[in-house]
Design a protein around this ligand. Structure first.
Ligand SMILES: Nc1ncnc2c1ncn2[C@@H]1O[C@H](COP(=O)(O)OP(=O)(O)OP(=O)(O)O)[C@@H](O)[C@H]1O
Length: 345
Protein backbone atom coordinates (compact mmCIF):
# COMPACT_ATOMS: atom_id res chain seq x y z
CA UNK A 1 0.00 0.00 0.00
CA UNK A 2 1.43 3.41 -0.94
CA UNK A 3 -0.44 5.67 1.48
CA UNK A 4 -1.92 4.42 4.74
CA UNK A 5 -3.78 6.75 7.07
CA UNK A 6 -5.05 5.45 10.37
CA UNK A 7 -6.95 6.98 13.26
CA UNK A 8 -6.38 10.48 11.91
CA UNK A 9 -8.12 13.06 14.07
CA UNK A 10 -7.84 16.83 13.78
CA UNK A 11 -9.04 19.25 16.46
CA UNK A 12 -9.52 22.98 16.18
CA UNK A 13 -9.77 23.96 19.84
CA UNK A 14 -12.69 21.95 21.18
CA UNK A 15 -14.09 21.29 17.67
CA UNK A 16 -13.17 18.01 15.97
CA UNK A 17 -12.97 18.64 12.22
CA UNK A 18 -11.86 15.09 11.30
CA UNK A 19 -12.49 12.05 13.46
CA UNK A 20 -10.67 8.73 13.31
CA UNK A 21 -10.12 8.70 9.54
CA UNK A 22 -8.77 5.54 7.93
CA UNK A 23 -7.69 5.56 4.29
CA UNK A 24 -5.50 3.56 1.99
CA UNK A 25 -4.32 4.41 -1.50
CA UNK A 26 -2.55 1.79 -3.59
CA UNK A 27 0.29 2.66 -5.94
CA UNK A 28 -1.10 4.37 -9.06
CA UNK A 29 -4.60 4.69 -7.67
CA UNK A 30 -6.71 7.85 -7.55
CA UNK A 31 -8.86 8.31 -4.45
CA UNK A 32 -11.42 11.11 -4.14
CA UNK A 33 -12.50 12.55 -0.80
CA UNK A 34 -16.06 13.54 -1.50
CA UNK A 35 -18.37 15.40 0.86
CA UNK A 36 -20.44 18.52 1.39
CA UNK A 37 -18.90 21.87 2.29
CA UNK A 38 -17.48 21.82 5.82
CA UNK A 39 -17.32 18.02 6.06
CA UNK A 40 -13.57 18.10 6.70
CA UNK A 41 -12.13 17.19 3.28
CA UNK A 42 -9.50 19.93 3.10
CA UNK A 43 -8.58 19.44 6.75
CA UNK A 44 -7.95 15.74 6.13
CA UNK A 45 -5.87 16.52 3.04
CA UNK A 46 -3.84 19.11 4.91
CA UNK A 47 -3.30 16.70 7.79
CA UNK A 48 -1.92 14.08 5.38
CA UNK A 49 0.35 16.70 3.83
CA UNK A 50 1.69 17.63 7.26
CA UNK A 51 0.21 21.13 7.26
CA UNK A 52 -1.99 20.62 10.33
CA UNK A 53 -0.23 20.99 13.67
CA UNK A 54 -2.82 19.29 15.92
CA UNK A 55 -3.08 15.78 14.53
CA UNK A 56 -3.58 12.41 16.17
CA UNK A 57 -3.13 9.14 14.32
CA UNK A 58 -0.64 8.02 11.73
CA UNK A 59 0.23 8.72 8.09
CA UNK A 60 2.52 6.19 6.42
CA UNK A 61 4.05 5.93 2.98
CA UNK A 62 5.25 2.47 1.90
CA UNK A 63 5.19 1.56 5.57
CA UNK A 64 7.33 4.54 6.69
CA UNK A 65 5.74 6.71 9.39
CA UNK A 66 5.70 10.33 8.17
CA UNK A 67 4.91 11.77 11.60
CA UNK A 68 8.30 13.47 11.99
CA UNK A 69 8.80 14.24 8.27
CA UNK A 70 8.32 17.94 7.40
CA UNK A 71 5.90 18.96 4.63
CA UNK A 72 8.57 19.64 1.99
CA UNK A 73 10.24 16.27 2.53
CA UNK A 74 7.10 14.16 2.12
CA UNK A 75 7.36 14.14 -1.67
CA UNK A 76 3.77 15.24 -2.16
CA UNK A 77 2.63 17.68 -4.88
CA UNK A 78 -0.26 20.04 -4.25
CA UNK A 79 -2.76 21.78 -6.53
CA UNK A 80 -5.32 24.14 -5.02
CA UNK A 81 -8.56 25.64 -6.32
CA UNK A 82 -6.84 28.82 -7.49
CA UNK A 83 -3.55 27.49 -8.82
CA UNK A 84 -1.54 29.96 -6.70
CA UNK A 85 0.94 30.59 -9.50
CA UNK A 86 3.70 33.14 -9.05
CA UNK A 87 2.30 36.17 -10.90
CA UNK A 88 5.66 37.82 -11.56
CA UNK A 89 7.07 34.79 -13.38
CA UNK A 90 6.07 33.48 -16.79
CA UNK A 91 4.79 29.93 -17.30
CA UNK A 92 8.29 28.47 -17.70
CA UNK A 93 9.43 30.34 -14.59
CA UNK A 94 6.62 28.75 -12.59
CA UNK A 95 7.53 25.26 -13.76
CA UNK A 96 11.26 25.85 -13.22
CA UNK A 97 10.45 26.47 -9.56
CA UNK A 98 9.12 22.90 -9.28
CA UNK A 99 12.20 21.54 -11.05
CA UNK A 100 14.61 23.41 -8.79
CA UNK A 101 12.82 21.92 -5.77
CA UNK A 102 13.68 18.53 -7.24
CA UNK A 103 17.29 19.60 -7.94
CA UNK A 104 16.98 19.07 -11.68
CA UNK A 105 20.14 20.50 -13.37
CA UNK A 106 19.44 23.80 -15.12
CA UNK A 107 20.59 22.42 -18.48
CA UNK A 108 17.66 20.01 -18.44
CA UNK A 109 15.00 22.57 -17.56
CA UNK A 110 13.93 23.58 -21.07
CA UNK A 111 13.33 20.02 -22.22
CA UNK A 112 11.52 19.06 -19.01
CA UNK A 113 9.33 22.15 -19.14
CA UNK A 114 8.40 21.46 -22.77
CA UNK A 115 7.49 17.89 -21.82
CA UNK A 116 5.35 18.99 -18.87
CA UNK A 117 3.52 21.58 -20.97
CA UNK A 118 2.81 18.96 -23.61
CA UNK A 119 1.46 16.67 -20.89
CA UNK A 120 -1.10 19.29 -19.78
CA UNK A 121 -1.98 20.35 -23.34
CA UNK A 122 -0.16 23.71 -23.32
CA UNK A 123 2.64 23.20 -25.81
CA UNK A 124 4.54 26.40 -26.58
CA UNK A 125 3.22 28.32 -23.55
CA UNK A 126 6.68 28.81 -21.97
CA UNK A 127 6.87 32.58 -22.30
CA UNK A 128 3.23 33.37 -21.57
CA UNK A 129 2.57 35.61 -18.56
CA UNK A 130 0.50 33.78 -15.97
CA UNK A 131 -1.64 36.87 -15.40
CA UNK A 132 -2.85 36.56 -19.01
CA UNK A 133 -3.91 32.91 -18.81
CA UNK A 134 -7.55 31.80 -18.74
CA UNK A 135 -8.75 30.03 -15.60
CA UNK A 136 -8.47 26.63 -17.25
CA UNK A 137 -4.97 27.32 -18.59
CA UNK A 138 -3.82 28.56 -15.18
CA UNK A 139 -5.01 25.30 -13.57
CA UNK A 140 -3.18 23.29 -16.22
CA UNK A 141 0.03 25.23 -15.41
CA UNK A 142 -0.55 24.65 -11.69
CA UNK A 143 -0.90 20.94 -12.40
CA UNK A 144 2.30 20.91 -14.49
CA UNK A 145 4.15 22.76 -11.73
CA UNK A 146 2.98 20.25 -9.12
CA UNK A 147 4.07 17.37 -11.37
CA UNK A 148 7.50 18.91 -12.11
CA UNK A 149 9.29 17.51 -9.01
CA UNK A 150 7.78 14.06 -9.80
CA UNK A 151 5.87 13.76 -6.54
CA UNK A 152 5.05 10.30 -5.24
CA UNK A 153 1.57 11.53 -4.33
CA UNK A 154 -0.34 14.27 -6.14
CA UNK A 155 -2.93 16.05 -3.99
CA UNK A 156 -5.64 18.04 -5.69
CA UNK A 157 -7.84 20.24 -3.50
CA UNK A 158 -10.95 21.28 -5.48
CA UNK A 159 -8.74 21.85 -8.55
CA UNK A 160 -11.61 22.67 -10.89
CA UNK A 161 -14.01 24.52 -8.56
CA UNK A 162 -13.04 27.97 -9.77
CA UNK A 163 -13.94 27.20 -13.39
CA UNK A 164 -17.26 27.49 -15.18
CA UNK A 165 -19.30 24.35 -15.84
CA UNK A 166 -18.38 23.49 -19.45
CA UNK A 167 -14.67 24.07 -18.99
CA UNK A 168 -14.74 22.12 -15.78
CA UNK A 169 -16.22 19.08 -17.44
CA UNK A 170 -13.63 19.13 -20.24
CA UNK A 171 -10.70 19.72 -17.89
CA UNK A 172 -11.92 16.90 -15.62
CA UNK A 173 -11.78 14.54 -18.59
CA UNK A 174 -8.29 15.80 -19.55
CA UNK A 175 -6.96 15.51 -16.00
CA UNK A 176 -8.45 12.00 -15.67
CA UNK A 177 -6.62 11.05 -18.85
CA UNK A 178 -3.38 12.58 -17.56
CA UNK A 179 -3.64 10.72 -14.24
CA UNK A 180 -4.14 7.43 -16.06
CA UNK A 181 -1.26 8.04 -18.49
CA UNK A 182 1.22 9.08 -15.80
CA UNK A 183 -0.02 6.32 -13.45
CA UNK A 184 0.51 8.75 -10.60
CA UNK A 185 -0.95 8.06 -7.16
CA UNK A 186 -3.38 10.86 -6.34
CA UNK A 187 -5.73 12.15 -3.67
CA UNK A 188 -8.48 14.47 -4.86
CA UNK A 189 -10.73 16.62 -2.69
CA UNK A 190 -14.04 17.64 -4.19
CA UNK A 191 -17.67 18.31 -3.30
CA UNK A 192 -18.67 17.48 -6.88
CA UNK A 193 -19.71 13.87 -7.43
CA UNK A 194 -19.30 14.01 -11.20
CA UNK A 195 -15.76 15.27 -10.81
CA UNK A 196 -14.99 12.54 -8.28
CA UNK A 197 -16.44 9.89 -10.54
CA UNK A 198 -14.63 11.19 -13.64
CA UNK A 199 -11.25 11.31 -11.93
CA UNK A 200 -11.16 8.65 -9.24
CA UNK A 201 -10.95 4.88 -9.01
CA UNK A 202 -12.30 4.93 -5.47
CA UNK A 203 -14.16 7.45 -3.34
CA UNK A 204 -14.36 8.08 0.39
CA UNK A 205 -17.51 9.96 1.39
CA UNK A 206 -17.09 12.33 4.33
CA UNK A 207 -19.83 13.73 6.48
CA UNK A 208 -19.22 15.94 9.51
CA UNK A 209 -15.62 14.84 9.84
CA UNK A 210 -16.25 11.11 9.51
CA UNK A 211 -15.70 8.79 6.58
CA UNK A 212 -19.11 7.21 6.07
CA UNK A 213 -18.22 4.95 3.19
CA UNK A 214 -15.20 4.11 1.11
CA UNK A 215 -15.08 1.94 -1.99
CA UNK A 216 -14.99 1.62 -5.75
CA UNK A 217 -16.79 4.46 -7.50
CA UNK A 218 -19.50 2.28 -9.05
CA UNK A 219 -20.14 0.41 -5.84
CA UNK A 220 -20.60 3.54 -3.71
CA UNK A 221 -22.90 4.99 -6.38
CA UNK A 222 -25.15 1.96 -6.64
CA UNK A 223 -24.87 0.68 -3.03
CA UNK A 224 -24.57 3.71 -0.71
CA UNK A 225 -23.97 2.59 2.86
CA UNK A 226 -26.65 4.76 4.46
CA UNK A 227 -29.25 7.42 3.78
CA UNK A 228 -26.81 10.31 4.31
CA UNK A 229 -24.42 8.99 1.69
CA UNK A 230 -27.33 8.19 -0.64
CA UNK A 231 -28.78 11.69 -0.39
CA UNK A 232 -25.37 13.25 -0.88
CA UNK A 233 -25.04 11.16 -4.05
CA UNK A 234 -28.23 12.51 -5.53
CA UNK A 235 -30.94 10.29 -4.07
CA UNK A 236 -34.07 12.37 -3.44
CA UNK A 237 -36.64 9.70 -2.55
CA UNK A 238 -36.24 6.76 -0.18
CA UNK A 239 -38.64 3.84 -0.63
CA UNK A 240 -38.99 0.57 1.20
CA UNK A 241 -39.39 -2.39 -1.14
CA UNK A 242 -38.76 -6.05 -1.77
CA UNK A 243 -36.43 -7.90 -4.08
CA UNK A 244 -37.08 -11.33 -5.56
CA UNK A 245 -35.31 -13.05 -8.46
CA UNK A 246 -33.70 -9.87 -9.74
CA UNK A 247 -36.90 -7.80 -9.63
CA UNK A 248 -37.47 -5.02 -7.10
CA UNK A 249 -40.91 -3.76 -6.13
CA UNK A 250 -41.88 -0.65 -4.22
CA UNK A 251 -44.80 1.78 -3.99
CA UNK A 252 -43.66 3.40 -7.25
CA UNK A 253 -43.72 0.24 -9.34
CA UNK A 254 -41.39 -2.63 -10.18
CA UNK A 255 -38.33 -3.13 -12.34
CA UNK A 256 -35.49 -5.56 -12.91
CA UNK A 257 -32.40 -4.83 -10.83
CA UNK A 258 -29.90 -7.68 -10.95
CA UNK A 259 -27.53 -8.47 -8.11
CA UNK A 260 -29.87 -7.58 -5.26
CA UNK A 261 -30.33 -10.11 -2.49
CA UNK A 262 -33.94 -11.39 -2.14
CA UNK A 263 -35.92 -9.90 0.74
CA UNK A 264 -36.65 -6.43 2.06
CA UNK A 265 -34.64 -3.59 0.55
CA UNK A 266 -34.29 0.14 1.06
CA UNK A 267 -34.25 1.82 -2.31
CA UNK A 268 -32.81 5.24 -3.02
CA UNK A 269 -34.38 6.88 -6.06
CA UNK A 270 -32.53 9.56 -7.99
CA UNK A 271 -34.72 11.79 -10.15
CA UNK A 272 -34.02 9.63 -13.20
CA UNK A 273 -35.38 6.56 -11.39
CA UNK A 274 -38.88 7.80 -12.23
CA UNK A 275 -39.53 8.54 -15.88
CA UNK A 276 -42.51 9.84 -17.75
CA UNK A 277 -44.25 6.78 -19.25
CA UNK A 278 -47.48 5.62 -20.87
CA UNK A 279 -48.44 3.68 -17.80
CA UNK A 280 -47.30 3.47 -14.19
CA UNK A 281 -48.07 5.33 -10.99
CA UNK A 282 -50.03 8.54 -11.53
CA UNK A 283 -49.35 11.98 -10.15
CA UNK A 284 -49.78 15.71 -10.68
CA UNK A 285 -46.88 17.84 -11.91
CA UNK A 286 -46.09 20.74 -9.56
CA UNK A 287 -42.80 21.96 -11.07
CA UNK A 288 -41.00 21.74 -14.42
CA UNK A 289 -37.32 22.67 -14.83
CA UNK A 290 -35.55 22.38 -18.19
CA UNK A 291 -32.06 20.87 -17.96
CA UNK A 292 -29.49 20.11 -20.61
CA UNK A 293 -30.28 16.41 -20.99
CA UNK A 294 -33.84 16.13 -19.68
CA UNK A 295 -36.72 17.96 -18.04
CA UNK A 296 -36.81 17.68 -14.24
CA UNK A 297 -40.29 17.30 -12.75
CA UNK A 298 -41.71 17.42 -9.26
CA UNK A 299 -44.75 15.15 -9.10
CA UNK A 300 -47.24 14.63 -6.27
CA UNK A 301 -48.31 10.99 -6.27
CA UNK A 302 -50.58 9.21 -3.80
CA UNK A 303 -47.42 7.98 -2.06
CA UNK A 304 -45.18 11.02 -1.83
CA UNK A 305 -43.86 14.08 -3.60
CA UNK A 306 -41.11 12.82 -5.89
CA UNK A 307 -38.59 14.03 -8.43
CA UNK A 308 -38.88 12.58 -11.91
CA UNK A 309 -37.58 13.20 -15.42
CA UNK A 310 -39.08 13.55 -18.88
CA UNK A 311 -37.37 13.78 -22.29
CA UNK A 312 -36.42 17.28 -23.42
CA UNK A 313 -38.95 16.94 -26.23
CA UNK A 314 -41.86 16.13 -23.88
CA UNK A 315 -44.52 18.80 -23.58
CA UNK A 316 -45.19 18.71 -19.83
CA UNK A 317 -46.70 21.59 -17.86
CA UNK A 318 -47.44 22.30 -14.23
CA UNK A 319 -50.88 20.86 -13.44
CA UNK A 320 -50.62 17.97 -15.92
CA UNK A 321 -51.50 14.49 -14.74
CA UNK A 322 -48.72 12.10 -15.73
CA UNK A 323 -47.71 8.45 -15.39
CA UNK A 324 -44.28 7.48 -14.10
CA UNK A 325 -42.39 4.21 -14.46
CA UNK A 326 -39.28 3.01 -12.63
CA UNK A 327 -35.93 3.04 -14.44
CA UNK A 328 -33.24 0.85 -12.81
CA UNK A 329 -30.51 3.30 -13.89
CA UNK A 330 -31.62 5.77 -11.24
CA UNK A 331 -32.04 3.30 -8.38
CA UNK A 332 -29.52 2.70 -5.60
CA UNK A 333 -29.85 -0.01 -2.99
CA UNK A 334 -29.04 1.48 0.40
CA UNK A 335 -26.96 -0.49 2.94
CA UNK A 336 -27.18 -4.26 3.21
CA UNK A 337 -30.39 -5.53 4.83
CA UNK A 338 -31.27 -2.39 6.76
CA UNK A 339 -34.70 -1.71 8.33
CA UNK A 340 -37.16 -0.47 5.75
CA UNK A 341 -39.04 2.82 5.77
CA UNK A 342 -40.83 4.91 3.15
CA UNK A 343 -40.40 8.65 2.97
CA UNK A 344 -40.55 11.25 0.21
CA UNK A 345 -38.54 14.39 -0.42
N1 LIG B 1 -8.19 26.77 10.88
C1 LIG B 1 -9.41 26.44 11.32
N2 LIG B 1 -9.83 26.79 12.56
C2 LIG B 1 -11.04 26.44 13.03
N3 LIG B 1 -11.94 25.69 12.33
C3 LIG B 1 -11.60 25.31 11.10
C4 LIG B 1 -10.31 25.66 10.52
N4 LIG B 1 -10.26 25.12 9.27
C5 LIG B 1 -11.44 24.48 9.07
N5 LIG B 1 -12.24 24.59 10.15
C6 LIG B 1 -13.57 23.98 10.31
O1 LIG B 1 -13.44 22.58 10.14
C7 LIG B 1 -14.54 22.07 9.39
C8 LIG B 1 -14.05 21.36 8.16
O2 LIG B 1 -13.47 22.31 7.28
P1 LIG B 1 -12.84 21.89 5.88
O3 LIG B 1 -12.34 23.13 5.22
O4 LIG B 1 -11.91 20.78 6.08
O5 LIG B 1 -14.13 21.35 5.12
P2 LIG B 1 -14.32 21.00 3.59
O6 LIG B 1 -15.09 19.74 3.56
O7 LIG B 1 -13.00 21.02 2.91
O8 LIG B 1 -15.23 22.20 3.11
P3 LIG B 1 -15.19 23.08 1.76
O9 LIG B 1 -15.62 22.14 0.67
O10 LIG B 1 -16.20 24.15 2.04
O11 LIG B 1 -13.78 23.57 1.62
C9 LIG B 1 -15.44 23.27 9.10
O12 LIG B 1 -16.48 23.29 10.05
C10 LIG B 1 -14.52 24.46 9.25
O13 LIG B 1 -15.25 25.59 9.66
Amino acid sequence: MALEVEGLTVHYGTFTAVRDAKLEIADGEVLALLGPSGSGKSTLLRAITGLEPQVEGSVRWDGEDLGGVPVHRRGFGLVFQDGQLFPHRDVAGNLAFGLRMHQVPKAEHAARIAKLLKLVGLEGYERRRVTELSGGEAQRVALARALAPEPRLLMLDEPLSGLDAGLREQLAIDVADLLRRTKITALLVTHDQEEAFTLADRVAVLDRGEIRQEGAVRHVWSRPADETVARFLGVTTIAGGTAADGVVRCAFGETTLPGVRDGEVELGLRPNALRLADKGIQGDVTAVVHRREHVRLVVVTGEATVDAVAPVTADVKVGDRVSLALDPDGIAVIGPGRPVRASGR
